[in-house]
Design a protein. Structure first.
Length: 632
């Protein structure tokens, strides 16, 4: 893994472009502390920071050139099937200095052009420059595992692995994208291609961009569409097991120490089990332990480690472990509003493993494509409830009232489930993924914010999804298009690379995703239990208590983890008239949440414990972003 950046500017001098490019490159040092390289001519600068993984010698240095010296390339990520392509190119007469995966890319482009995107499998952000035509190509992997941002303005283009590299150039104006902020307060992340900055975008997963110094165009390549479903669930299990074993085997290729993230859940357990089976070395597994039993899965991780035979490593996050400095370090690093609080333990465990390994395999992706989340069965259940006559659903809500005095949490959950069935299907879908509903946001923003900036409801995202696929398959479409690249994968990339750690995701290997799409959703779950295909595979490799455990989210009990100085920092930052966020968010509404949070007085009838601290965390994220970059 590495960091890449570049500037294409025909109007500035080469000296100015190189100076701006080098400044941008230094912002990415954490992504590649082992080496750096650059290429420049009279119109372009390409910069690369290297975290040495495959071929750690100088032969793995970037930029890399094609054999005909026409194409120069920088690249962040891993090409898992590079060896087969390397051998094929050698048979065609190509030569290579070393054995890194980066060397195949400009040579594959020389041989196949953009067809290379249909041939390579991996996680990548690629920048390739044609020195004859002066065309720059930016390419991103199909699921957006590796980030790639860009800005284009009047013949000027800059790009980078992180926003900070683009923002290092003073010529890039910092303007608030108000629509992005509005959507953020529903989703806790900004849906791509938006970034929070007007005019700066994320290249969408499965897309490439072409720029010649004048015009640009973005084209989708993505996955094949027509697939034949498996004949039965048994065939599906056998094929997924075989493909996933191969995926793990390919992703164990490394010239530096490698291990696994082991939460104790289904996904990380199956990746760990296959890592042990496929690795020639002893596998290190890494686990987070929380004092709050509602969040702690370490018992199951330990049982899985013993069963599989890994070297067990455990990170204890104490009850008061998140101080003000850690909060600022995490939130400011994203360079955009980002409020998934599980980024905190992700950074902590990445720092822990840094001293032992450089590469970790994770179980990310299993929930999204094998029906692991509760929404996998709750959403279709809500669709079925919607078919019940309205009067009966209203009677059911009234009958829930006694439950209020037994369990406020269950009362709120069941009442919400019934209430959302009175909406259109796409609104029901949105409710399962929104931390703030549209009506709640209407009372949050200043009226001028909504009117002056032509802000549209976040509902538009879910209506488009539903219109394109009016079925429960819309759940996977949402994950693939929005939540994975915008939230889960962004969190893992940013936090692991901050600690100079590479994270690989076998469950998001292209062939695994293709296999998952050939499995009818009804084979993936039954009410109350998801990932049936993966569970049945795991039975051969894990103890029964791990196979049958319920789904736990990887999060942190933020309210119990904050130190006194962190609480004081939040109060000083948000509970003040000086907060920049109150330029467009109503202070009295925000203060209501803050008062509940600090007094611990929430009765959970309307807002859950997690929901409340997510709201506070969202406000803090926006405020620190505004303070850091001061976008107008």
């Amino acid at each position: 893994m590495c960091g890449i950046c570049g500037i294409y500017d025909r109007s500035s001098s080469a000296e100015n472009t190189i100076a701006a490019g080098r400044k941008a490159l230094q912002t990415l040092h954490h992504r590649g502390p082992d080496d750096e390289g650059e290429y420049s001519d009279d119109r372009i600068f390409l910069g690369h920071k290297r975290l040495s993984i495959i071929d750690v010698s100088f032969n793995g240095h970037q930029p890399v050139w094609s054999n005909n010296k026409r194409y120069v390339c920088i690249f962040n990520g891993e090409i898992y099937n590079y060896q087969e392509h390397r051998e094929s190119l050698i048979n065609k007469g190509y030569t290579f200095k070393g054995h890194s995966d980066s060397e195949i890319l400009p040579n594959m482009y020389q041989e196949f052009g953009l067809k290379l995107l249909d041939m390579i499998k991996g996680i990548f952000a690629i920048a390739l420059y044609d020195t004859h035509t002066n065309q720059l190509f930016l390419m991103r992997d199909r699921l957006g595992v590796k980030p790639l941002y860009y800005h284009i303005n009047n013949g000027y283009l800059s790009f980078g692995s992180e926003l900070k590299s683009i923002l290092a150039d003073e010529r890039v104006k910092r303007k608030v994208d108000y629509q992005a902020i509005y959507d953020f307060l529903s989703l806790i992340y900004i849906p791509e291609p938006a970034t929070g900055f007007e005019g700066i975008y994320s290249l969408l997963p499965g897309h490439y961009l072409v720029f010649d110094g004048i015009e640009s165009k973005t084209i989708q390549y993505d996955f094949p569409e027509k697939l034949t479903p498996y004949a039965d669930s048994g065939e599906a299990e056998r094929e997924v097991e075989k493909i996933l074993k191969r995926a793990v085997n390919l992703q164990l290729v490394s010239d530096v120490p490698i291990g696994t993230f082991l939460s104790g859940g289904i996904d990380s357990s199956i990746v760990t089990a296959f890592s042990v089976a496929e690795s020639k070395e002893k596998v290190n597994s890494f686990t987070v332990k929380f004092p709050d039993q509602d969040f702690d899965e370490s018992y199951y991780a330990m049982q899985m480690s013993k069963y599989a035979g890994t070297v067990y490593n455990e990170l204890h996050i104490e009850q008061k472990a998140v101080d003000a400095n850690l909060l600022k370090e995490v939130l400011e690093h994203f360079d955009q509003p980002f409020a998934d609080s599980s980024s905190i333990p992700t950074l902590l465990i990445s720092k822990m493993i840094h001293n032992k390994i450089t590469v970790a395999l994770s179980g990310d992706g299993g929930d999204e494509f094998f029906a692991g989340y509760e929404v996998s069965w709750r959403f279709p259940f809500a669709l079925r409830l919607k078919k019940i006559p309205v009067v009966l659903r209203k009677m059911a809500i009234a009958m829930l009232l006694p439950l209020k005095y037994i369990s406020t949490v269950r009362f709120r959950q069941y009442k919400k489930l019934l209430e959302i069935t009175f909406n259109d299907e796409h609104v029901i879908l949105q409710n399962f993924f929104s931390y703030l509903k549209e009506d709640e946001k209407e009372g949050l923003f200043e009226d001028a914010f909504l009117v002056n900036n032509n802000v549209q409801p976040t509902t538009r995202i879910f209506k488009k999804l539903w219109d394109e696929n009016p079925s429960e398959q819309a759940l996977e479409d949402y994950s693939k298009r929005y939540s994975l690249p915008g939230d889960m994968l962004k969190k893992v990339d940013m936090m692991s690379m901050k600690a100079s750690i590479e994270v690989r995701v076998p469950l998001l290997y292209e062939d695994v995703i293709t296999a998952s799409r050939k499995i009818p959703r009804q084979w993936k779950y039954k009410f109350g239990k998801g990932k049936l295909i993966l569970r049945n595979i795991l039975k051969k490799y894990a103890p029964e208590e791990v196979v049958n455990k319920k789904k736990w989210g990887f999060g942190i009990p933020l309210d119990k983890s904050l130190t006194p100085d962190a609480l004081e920092f939040i109060k000083d930052t948000l509970h003040t008239d000086k907060a920049l966020i109150y330029g467009f968010i109503k202070k009295d509404k925000a203060y209501q949440w803050l008062d509940l949070f600090f007094s611990n007085a929430n009765d959970q009838l309307t807002i859950s414990r997690i929901g409340l601290y997510h709201r506070v965390y969202m406000l803090l994220s926006i405020e620190l972003w505004l303070q850091k970059y001061k976008p107008c």
